[in-house]
Design a protein around this ligand. Structure first.
Ligand code: FDA
Length: 561
């Protein structure tokens, strides 16, 4: 670690950062430094244990970011988790590997990101992937596990296995609007009921995080260095008018602050709740905000930190008539609007009428930094995805656990948007994170309707015969047939962040509020890129890691690989 100059400096060794570090350092003449605030978790059982979801929460490898009091929800703070370790959030996440609906990725191109569409990205989803055929692992209950080899990669670094199988199938077929079995939800069409792969090393039965896939097998590359327990404070700039990054100011594990130099690029991969703040600390952002903290504006880019989008996660619980031990089987269903809303056409028409007001409300909440005209355009695209292209409008996860059935659910594409901004010039200070959960009423309606859908599934045979009473919230708390109002308190008092924050450094044309261009370069700089979940312009229906890996893999202009 004696060097002080590298070709590329990658800030953040998480899900996206280690992919980029791996691909850049494949080229022997390229020197790469990765800066990471956390340490190695290679032998941390809270990480490696495939049944240990949640054990790492609130330990020293969880940033546990706090939001502001959420005025449209129950008025209290939320915790948004994120991994602080070599491997980033992939070391603490739920390991679910589910991509997006093809039309959602195509929408990225619709708003002006040339080349960002499902067809172009599919090879990069596959490039990372080492799908482990469940048939090779007889200790998995492979019954009913299906996948289409056309949509999977088998030689990439990231090992995936398939979950266990069981039959909810017959029940989903009997719903008023049946939900069909979808053998492979990773092929661009997610709608239906499915099993899904996880990022697990099947043979070793341990979590396959970004470090295990993209770093450890390559750690002896002499041109790839990682500095752990090192906090990045800001980007440093070359003298002169143009914004050319010269390196990164860091505080080392021994407490000293120093600058390390980059001859080619500085690449931010610190996640959606840190990269916008690092830009602001470096003088890239809204001058009105920066000047409050006496930070000189290097690039006037007021939408840094805007467009924050997350989802809201709730759960319903039921007794089970069977005991399930040592199983972590999860079943997912992705209903479309036509399957979720009994009166889908009317719901769509009403929402369409409200979109101009929604756009005005979001714009005014952020002082018109994002424009109502642009927001309306984005909302219309989202409306089309829901009501014309039939993307999944909710995700419902069902997990048998001991003597109960646990469910988790969320509306896939909430319309509410918030922001994140720095609160101090001190790089270690907490940021002001305000996702504005439930600001717009469609978001509550989708969340309520998903809960009603779950009650319906548990009432329908043959699955109904296996399930007992609803234990949470229970019919005494939320009566059968309750309207949205009747559900609101339970939902708003008990939801949590779905931990899918995105879009705070949005990839879009600058005229409509983008912060990075379609090569992921920050507008106004010649050599600063952002490659993490912050750049996703719109929420995806799957879980984020698959898309984050693919975004980092994608060859784009100047990617250097
Ligand atoms: P990521 O967070 O991976 O990396 C950022 C890195 O930067 C971290 O290592 C961090 O320590 C480092 N860093 C930050 N600030 C720094 C600084 N100033 N200096 C130095 N380093 C700094 N997705 C999915 O697909 N399936 C799932 O099951 C789940 N489940 C899930 C559960 C939980 C609890 C969470 C929190 C999230 C999920 N997700 C998920 C989401 C998914 O894991 C997540 O979106 C991606 O891993 C984010 O990848 P990034 O590269 O954007 O950031």
């Amino acid at each position: 670690t004696s060097h002080s100059t590298y070709d590329y400096i990658i800030v953040g060794s998480g899900t996206s950062g280690l992919v980029v570090a791996n691909r850049l350092s494949e080229q022997k003449n390229t020197t790469v430094l990765v800066i990471e605030a956390g340490g190695s978790v290679y032998n941390n059982p809270n990480v490696t244990d495939t049944l240990g979801y949640g054990k790492a929460f609130d330990t020293d490898i969880d940033w546990a970011y706090k939001t502001t009091d959420q005025e449209y929800a129950s008025g209290t703070q939320q915790t948004v988790r994120a991994g602080k370790a070599l491997g980033g959030t992939s070391t603490i996440n739920g390991m679910v590997y589910l991509r997006a609906q093809a039309a959602q990725i195509d929408a990225w191109e619709t708003v002006g990101n040339k080349g960002w569409n499902w067809k172009n990205m599919l090879p990069y989803f596959k490039k990372s992937e080492q799908f482990q055929d469940p048939a090779q692992y007889p200790f998995l209950d492979g019954s009913g596990v299906a996948f289409d080899p056309a949509y999977h990669g088998f030689t990439g670094p990231l090992k995936l296995n398939d979950g266990l199988a069981q039959k909810l199938n017959a029940t989903y077929q009997k719903l008023e609007v049946p939900v069909q079995y979808n053998p492979d939800p990773n092929g661009g069409d997610m709608v239906g009921y499915s099993l899904f792969p996880m990022t697990v090393h099947s043979e070793l039965n341990i979590r396959e995080d970004a470090a295990r896939a993209f770093y450890y097998p390559y750690h002896n590359r002499t041109n790839l260095h990682v500095w752990l327990h090192t906090h990045a404070n800001k980007i440093t700039w070359k003298d002169g008018h143009n914004a050319v990054a010269s390196g990164v100011e860091v505080t080392l594990s021994n407490g000293t602050t120093t600058v390390v130099k980059a001859t080619r690029e500085v690449i931010l991969a610190t996640g959606a709740l840190k990269s916008p703040v690092l830009l602001e600390l470096s003088g890239v952002g809204n001058p009105d905000i920066l000047s409050k903290y006496k930070i000189t504006t290097k690039i006037n880019l007021p939408t840094v930190g805007e467009n924050l989008q997350d989802q809201m996660n709730n759960g319903l619980q039921f007794d089970s008539k069977t005991s399930y031990y040592n199983k972590s089987a999860d079943y997912v269903s992705y209903p479309s609007a036509a399957q979720l809303f009994p009166n889908s056409t009317a719901v769509g028409a009403e929402l369409l009428r409200k979109l101009p007001a929604y756009a005005a409300q979001v714009a005014s909440a952020n002082g018109n930094i994002t424009k109502a005209r642009d927001l309306y355009h984005f909302f219309k695209i989202q409306w089309n995805l829901i009501f014309k292209y039939g993307i999944p409008v909710a995700e419902i996860l069902l997990e048998p656990s001991g003597t109960m059935y646990d469910t988790e659910y969320w509306g896939s594409v909430p319309f509410s948007r918030g922001s994140i901004h720095l609160s101090s010039a001190d790089p270690t200070a907490a940021a002001v994170i305000d996702p504005k959960y439930f600001m717009l009423d469609f978001d509550l309606h989708a969340q309520v309707q998903a809960a009603r859908f779950i009650r319906e599934v548990f009432k329908t045979k043959p699955f109904a015969d296996m399930a007992g009473a609803e234990t949470s919230p229970g019919l005494s708390t939320v009566a059968a047939g309750a309207n949205d109002e009747g559900w609101a308190d339970f939902i708003k008092d008990n939801f949590r962040s779905n931990f899918h924050p995105i879009s705070t450094v949005a990839m879009m044309p600058k005229e409509i509020g983008g912060v990075v261009d379609s090569s992921l370069k920050v507008y106004g700089t010649s050599n600063v890129r952002v490659v993490d979940a912050s750049v996703l312009p719109f929420q995806v229906c799957g879980h984020l890691q698959s898309t984050v890996y693919a975004v980092a893999e994608l060859k784009r202009e100047g990617s250097g690989y």
